[in-house]
Ligand binder design. Structure first.
Ligand SMILES: CC(=O)SCCNC(=O)CCNC(=O)[C@H](O)C(C)(C)COP(=O)(O)OP(=O)(O)OC[C@H]1O[C@@H](n2cnc3c(N)ncnc32)[C@H](O)[C@@H]1OP(=O)(O)O
Ligand SMILES: O=C(O)CCC(=O)C(=O)O
Length: 396
């Protein structure tokens, strides 16, 4: 397929030239194996986690959060096995703000620990039943312990988006004094929108010199938009999960963030061709099929039925596709249904190796309209073939 100005693999959003202030510098930390696995009912096996980790690495993901080792002995074993896979990606795991959790992580040979602490009034009062200073002091001890033992450290502020900003900055500065490698803004309950994601990230960016992570949940359906908005405001490490699985409504979907980075920001280094297969793998292991209309990996992401669309697509798919299915390892489906037009039907049967004279074609077209409207469904290729055979038999 041609690949020039009129035939690109994807259409760059040229409107970005008017709004973009600077190029963004990012890396991805995929948390499918940790936050993704916190989806109710999901429990990946060791083999499944290792396979997902390998495929994330092949896509070029820089950091893989492999799990939360204190959850169980077997989880600890799995995180260790992933850390020993010798992947290009750095391996990270979650730790509460306790020395015990960091010790467990050390046993796993991970590169990075994510030491998390909530500092919002709600969490301090109803979860820890302790005051901020007491919890912060415990967190700083855990961070020092991790750094003293040679670990990379992320200090993750759980519920950061409901925490006073000055409190957040002061805690991040304390962590910075202990030479943490990252500070994380976690939108734990998904309250952000793109404007507030930008504002908050920018406030942190101006106040600290440490790399900022953004961890978004999708309770308002804005996790991907918030993640990209935060990246524009200076967030460096973007957290994602495959198919957007995760707590409640899930996390920012890896496939959407990566395609967004390419189309909106010109970041081309990720191997997107593995995305559809990875989505299927995670759907199978998690037993959660993405919604049919899910961006990038949903069954309908590259399906077209409308006559006007299909007629144009048959000439050039870019007319109605922002990016080609091949870019993400997907496939285009041209559906025969109520909305199929004559050009579309002629093109589809031609691709199937048929050509009908005008009378037979009109008969086929009428039958397609009748079946799809009466039975409220589409007509698959086998059925279409049978209809054509019957028509040809009668007309012979
Ligand atoms: C935002 C997030 O996604 S946070 C991660 C959520 N993930 C999970 O919870 C993973 C699954 N969890 C588990 O398997 C278990 O809850 C475990 C192994 C982590 C802990 O189990 P238990 O020891 O039985 O504790 P339990 O779950 O009842 O309570 C959690 C304890 O951790 C404490 N805790 C929670 N977060 C933190 C933190 N960031 N730093 C320090 N302590 C914390 C709570 O205050 C509570 O302490 P308490 O036992 O003294 O009251
Ligand atoms: O910010 C992080 O790295 C993790 C926090 C998290 O999982 C959350 O708050 O939902």
């Amino acid at each position: 397929m041609q690949n020039d100005e009129l035939y690109p693999e994807y259409c760059r959003n040229k409107l970005m030239d008017f709004v973009k202030k600077r190029d963004i510098k990012i890396e991805i930390c995929d948390v499918t194996l940790r936050d993704g696995e916190q989806t109710p009912g999901v429990a990946f096996s060791k083999e499944q986690k290792m396979s997902i980790a390998r495929h994330l690495d092949e896509i070029g993901i820089e950091v893989i959060e492999a799990g939360f080792p204190v959850v169980s002995e077997s989880e600890k074993e799995i995180v260790k096995s992933i850390a020993q896979m010798n992947l290009d990606a750095k391996i990270c795991c979650l730790c509460r703000s306790t020395q015990k959790d960091v010790e467990t992580a050390l046993d796993c040979d991970v590169d990075i620990v994510s030491v998390f602490l909530a500092m919002s009034d709600l969490h301090l009062k109803y979860k820890y039943h302790k005051d901020l200073n007491e919890m912060l002091s415990v967190a700083m001890d855990a961070i020092e312990y991790a750094k003293d033992h040679g670990l990379g450290v992320r200090f993750a502020a759980e519920d950061a988006t409901r925490t006073p900003i000055d409190r957040l900055i002061s805690a991040f500065k304390q962590a910075e004094e202990r030479k943490v490698d990252y500070v994380s803004i976690a939108d734990t309950v998904g309250i952000l929108n793109p404007s507030t994601a930008k504002y908050l990230t920018n406030q942190i960016y101006k106040a600290v010199n440490t790399k900022i992570c953004i961890h978004c949940h999708d309770d308002l359906g804005m996790a991907v938009a918030n993640t990209l908005a935060a990246a524009e405001a200076g967030a460096y490490q973007l957290h994602t999960t495959v198919n957007g699985i995760g707590e409640r409504a899930g996390n920012a979907a890896l496939e959407e963030v990566l395609v967004g980075l390419r189309v909106q920001y010109g970041i081309e280094r990720y191997n997107l061709k593995g995305l559809v297969d990875l989505s299927k793998e995670v759907a199978c292991y998690s037993k959660i099929t993405p919604a049919i209309n899910k961006a990038v990996v949903g069954e309908n992401a590259f399906s077209h039925e409308s006559g006007i669309h299909v007629a144009a697509i048959l000439e050039n798919p870019r007319t109605y596709e922002l990016f080609l299915p091949e870019m993400v390892g997907g496939q285009r489906n041209l559906i025969v249904g109520k909305h199929t037009g004559t050009k579309a039907l002629a093109g589809i049967i031609k691709n199937m190796g048929y050509e009908l004279d005008e009378e037979d074609f009109n008969l086929l077209f009428d039958q397609v309209k009748m079946i799809t409207e009466k039975e409220q469904r589409s007509v698959n290729r086998d059925e279409l073939e049978t209809l054509m055979m019957n028509i040809l038999e009668i007309s012979d």
